[in-house]
Design a protein around this ligand. Sequence first.
Ligand code: S0N
Length: 274
Amino acid sequence: MGTTRKWETIKTYEDIFFDYFDGIGKITINRERYRNAFRPTTVNEMSDAFRICREDQRINVVVLTGAGDKAFCSGGDQTVKGKGGYIDKDGIPRLNILEVQRQIRSLPKPVIAMVNGYAIGGGHVLHVVCDISIASENAIFGQTGPKVGSFDAGLGSSYLASIIGQKKAREIWFMCRQYSAAEALEMGLVNKVVPFDQLEDEVVAWAQKMQEHSPLALRMLKLGLNAELDGQVGLQEFAGNATLLYYLTEEAQEGKNAFLEKRKPDFKKYPKFP
Ligand code: S0N
């Protein structure tokens, strides 16, 4: 069996667990009875937890997974799918999983999908948008959209194609087949496959290795890799982070200090790196 860790609860929710251990924030979809399908409540809670992961200075790496040994996530809860989206207690149809996809992508910390079973439909897209996917040998991957009356023509298709290639992405969506963990590894859809009882140990080891490295370097690499594919929005995110780095320099502080001290700034003294 894998190592038993003492995860500490960060916040209590209805549909998810949100735990902390050694620099890692772990978000677990806890709807095992429904193969961890998400309803709007689940997605709202995930969004809140990802927002906390962004702010919490203790958290360096985020892990997303599902409860139990059968599913990572089986996508949108089909029992609450109505006209215009997924309908929760408030009666309003929502497609709020798209917001969580964007949060994962723009979170300036690595996000690892710990794929512990079925990653299907919108659940498959969730692992696709994570930075790294580590799967157990029993994991099964696939899209069902055209079979069940939905599709994700956004990141779920275009980003998928950038990972595994256009032909394979089209096959996955047009054929709605299921793929084993070994096939997923072969097509570059996941980074590593391990026996189920070693999954958490493996994910924690990857997270610990990443934590040995410069968080700013990881942040800029993630944003740069995103920016290539994200057009103006990617450029905006990348530029925002360049601004962050600039604000850390004495040169930028000279501009602010001169303004506050009502004097002319002296930028000449700063090096012009060749
Ligand atoms: C996951 C599958 C393959 C597992 O099969 P298995 O092991 O044979 O178990 P089952 O007996 O089928 O399931 C056990 C119980 O769990 C229920 N259940 C499973 N999945 C769901 C689900 N998605 N919604 C609700 N219930 C689910 C079963 O009904 C069963 O219950 P009981 O015991 O009462 O019979 C298999 O379960 C499967 O294929 N599931 C459905 C997968 C699927 O089609 N998901 C939806 C795909 N679409 C989306 O996710 C769209 C959402 C999205 O990402 C999106 C993207 C872009 C724009 C908008 C959206 C958006 O938010 O809509």
